[in-house]
Design a protein around this ligand. Structure first.
Ligand SMILES: NC(=O)c1ccc[n+]([C@@H]2O[C@H](COP(=O)([O-])OP(=O)(O)OC[C@H]3O[C@@H](n4cnc5c(N)ncnc54)[C@H](OP(=O)(O)O)[C@@H]3O)[C@@H](O)[C@H]2O)c1
Length: 279
């Protein structure tokens, strides 16, 4: 019987490439999107509707997973869906902050809880897709960073809680990738608008400097991330963490610096050191 994996965010940049790769390898892939028509039809792929902000949708998706796995259980869960909420923290609307945590943290935990009995049956594996912003706080990336830091922490607790059950848990931390996630984040920030004219004025130089620096960012193709997730699902003795890309690896080094030095390195990297301090 083919192994079965559930991939959340199967319609996105990483998720669609991973879905294709695992289906080509012979896996049965249950790939999720809020609108299942966003999943490209192909042999071995089942499109599953899943909105991580909606409890009923999560329960229905878990029931669909059970229908497709039966007595064998589920061999893999890839918690890959994610959104970025960005901007100066003073300006981020509460509803956006809540969406950030609903999708990236609470929804991912809820689907994990629902399918864990199926993973236990098959002695399956969990792969959680994190982000460097969850390893080192980055200005204007506070919401996404906080959600990923929480997600990383849950990942670590799960890894230890599930060890005696034979369920391996791995975290994959990719650097910047060529997907639509940043464009979606910019569009959502634009739609939310500034909190107030004063906030817009106060943060304008910071936003301008960071936006200019972001334009210099060189996102990488998703292939190496797909490879790391595939390794975590298949290799004997999967690693606890896969850090993918030179930018993600550099941030791991920055993480080890004393706080003041780390702040300086991060602020220089995002273009904020050019802005004079009022102190
Ligand atoms: N791209 C990067 O630079 C980068 C770097 C580090 C880490 N990551 C992480 O990699 C993962 C994949 O990101 P990506 O770059 O592939 O992003 P993407 O192309 O924007 O895809 C995001 C996926 O998340 C799904 N999603 C969004 N809101 C959802 C919701 N409410 N319920 C269920 N699913 C929802 C989307 O599905 P819909 O079709 O339903 O919208 C889509 O499939 C994320 O966890 C991200 O944080 C990305």
């Amino acid at each position: 019987m083919a192994k079965t994996v559930l991939i959340t965010g199967g319609s996105g940049g990483v998720g669609s490439a991973l879905t294709k790769r695992l289906a080509d390898d012979g896996w049965q892939v249950l790939a999720t999107a809020r609108d299942p028509r966003a999943i490209e039809p192909r042999d071995g792929v089942v499109a599953v509707a899943l909105d991580l902000t909606d409890e009923a949708s999560i329960a229905a998706a878990a029931a669909t997973v059970h229908e497709h796995t039966g007595d064998h259980g589920l061999d893999g869960l890839v918690n890959n869906a994610g959104v970025i909420v960005q901007g100066p923290l003073e300006e981020v609307p509460a509803v956006e902050l809540r969406r950030q945590f609903d999708v990236n943290v609470l929804g991912q935990m809820a689907i994990t809880q629902q399918v864990l009995p199926m993973l236990r049956t098959a002695r399956g594996r969990i792969v959680n897709v994190g982000a460097p912003t969850g390893r080192v706080a980055i200005p204007l990336m506070g919401p996404i960073g906080a959600s990923k830091a929480a997600f990383h922490s849950l990942n670590d607790a799960l890894r230890m809680e599930l060890r005696h059950q034979g369920i391996a848990v791995s975290l994959v931390v990719p650097g910047a990738l060529e997907t639509e996630i940043f464009a979606k984040a910019a569009a959502a920030a634009q739609a939310a608008g500034p909190a107030s004219a004063e906030a817009e004025r106060v943060y304008a130089p910071v936003v301008k400097a960071a936006t200019e620096r972001m334009a210099d960012m060189k996102p990488k193709p998703v292939a190496a991330t797909v490879k790391a997730i595939r390794s975590a699902l298949t290799e004997r003795g999967p690693k606890a963490r896969y850090t993918v890309g030179s930018d993600a690896r550099q941030l791991e080094l920055v993480r080890r610096l004393p706080t003041r030095l780390r702040d300086r390195a991060v602020m220089a990297a995002v273009g904020l050191s050019r802005i004079p301090s009022a102190a």
